[in-house]
Design a protein around this ligand. Sequence first.
Ligand SMILES: *Cc1c(COP(=O)(O)O)cnc(C)c1O
Length: 372
Amino acid sequence: MTEEPILLTPGPLTTAEAVKRAMLRDWGSRDADFSALTSKVMAKLLAVAKAGPDYCAVPLQGSGTFAVEAMLGTFGPREGRLLVPVNGAYAKRMVEIARRLGLDVVDEAGIPYEPLEPDRLRETLRRDPSIRSVALVHCETGAGLLNPLSALARAVAEEGRDLLVDSMSGFGALPVDAESLGFTALAASANKCLEGVPGMAFVIARRDALERAKGRSPSIVLDLAAQHAQFEADGQWRFTPPTHVVAALGGALALLEREGGPPARLKRYEENRDTLVSGMRGLGFEPFLGASHQAPIIVAFRQPRESWFSFAAFYEALKSRGFAIYGGKLAEEATFRVGTIGAIDRSTVKRFLAAAAQVLRELQRTGTGDAL
Ligand SMILES: *Cc1c(COP(=O)(O)O)cnc(C)c1O
């Protein structure tokens, strides 16, 4: 096997040795040991969300979008409308999911690549009393844009509506305080800031909302109320659980605790981002977003317009030096993205910058978009 690449992507991402090692054991899915592992992992997720006894964590097989669809299907309003303020690709996807589920959706366009505005949200809610719930994205991973979750949540609570949050790309690092945010449900996954491996997601939801949601989901497998009821009844997953992924998440949560919890992790990611942005600027790359709303998760850079630059060649040359990045287009402009999360630190980012500098020199020297 060739050496593993460093994944500078928004997940799956580079994981710690201990997380990989946690998967070197088989678990009987119906065994009490595995039930105990699942409940321990769920308790730790509640602690990460600072959630008290009014909340439970419901795990779900699949990628993050499965949890978003499960959340909208289980808690989306059947009477009244769902407001989705849209300032990025993931909110747009929530609109698509909610429409497919047959919900009555109001999609309100925000200013592209600008954070959502709490005052505007408040006005929309005052104007339209038929809106029952609001679904929004904490960090829009396409551009790496941070939305002001606490101020938005306050507006939703003060206007007496339910809040559903996609906190996929920030959970484990960006602050989430269930008690003060007061959301009905929040979806996230194992393989982003929690630094686990892909294959499972989860929703942190109010207990009373789960009770009320019995029988509402149009899906069998994505019914969070039924999934929760089964855990309460006998501690079991309803369908084959991703046993090794759960074990890896257990290992990843132990590492999160050892690091000092979400505040310490956020600090490491902020250092990664700051090192990356200043180093890339030094190489002539401009970040796509303004610094004030750039989350420490992933940074989008504008592609140079000079003829010697080719993203494909840049990507391949970085890959041969051990680094995987992401392409992407934002606002019809060619960009590329570099993740700052995962089991990496400032020294990893510095090694990436050195590789990027080398590759750039090669591209400029050959002048044809080919690098060695
Ligand atoms: C990653 C992500 C998701 C889920 O994506 P999957 O590919 O299904 O894991 C959803 N929302 C946001 C904001 C994300 O960053």
